[in-house]
Design a binder for this molecule. Structure first.
Ligand code: C5J
Length: 222
């Protein structure tokens, strides 16, 4: 058992029963011209975490532990996109509209791909999810069960939307979850800070948070 210095207290990580879930590190969220920018966000904020997420992925790969990637995406007919999601607000382009990186948030379009620096390695699982949470309308739960996974390490964007939603879904399903603080980011720094605080409040009501260095140190000591 590895012991990671985390908040609100040490996170016990059982090698062989832990998986990394990297949420939505897609061009649509990180690069200009994608979904994130259509909503009026400064997407440049998110690129700062890319080297840290790459280090985290490398740590899992070197340890032989599973790495799972997610993409927020819809099918070309938008059959899995509720009108309530497409019609919400006043984005410059709506889901399914043609943008500079192809159709916004549509599976298979260039903008929907995971950024090249964090591309999945051959054999790594990629979950296409129509919702914010990675368990909703996907096979993620079945995949984790078949692999015997009980503990999740989470990273990706955005902290308070898809990352937090996934972590809450996982927590309710009985997974112990550790969010890597410097491997997640938001368009809104105050939302990231609030999310980290609410996750670890009340004795870790949703889970744990720790910097990547704490996980690296735990692995090095093992
Ligand atoms: C959002 C996400 N923010 N991946 N998606 O709409 O967090």
């Amino acid at each position: 058992m590895l012991t990671v210095a985390a908040q609100p207290f040490a996170f016990a990580l059982p090698p062989g029963r832990a998986a990394l879930v990297v949420i939505d590190m897609q061009r649509d969220f990180v690069e200009p011209g994608g979904f994130g920018e259509t909503l009026g966000n400064d997407v440049s904020r998110l690129t700062a975490i890319v080297p840290t997420v790459a280090r985290l992925i490398a740590l899992f790969r070197a340890s032989g532990w599973p790495v799972i990637h997610t993409r927020e995406s819809h099918d070309a007919a938008l059959a899995d996109c509720p009108p309530a999601k497409r019609d919400r607000g006043a984005p410059s382009l709506r889901i399914g509209d043609a943008g500079p990186m192809g159709r916004i948030l549509v599976r298979g379009e260039p903008g929907n791909a995971i950024i090249a620096e964090l591309a999945p390695a051959p054999g790594e699982i990629v979950i296409d999810k129509p919702g914010k949470g990675a368990f909703y309308a996907t096979a993620l739960g079945d995949i984790l069960r078949l692999k015997g996974i009980t503990h999740l390490v989470l990273a990706g964007v955005t902290t308070e939307v898809c990352v937090q939603t996934t972590m809450r879904e996982a927590n309710d399903r009985g997974y112990d979850c550790l969010l890597i603080e410097d491997a997640t980011e938001s368009y809104f720094p105050e939302f990231k800070a609030a999310t980290l605080a609410m996750i670890r409040a009340q004795g870790g009501i949703v889970g744990w948070t720790a910097p990547l260095a704490a996980l690296e140190a735990a692995v090095a000591e093992s």
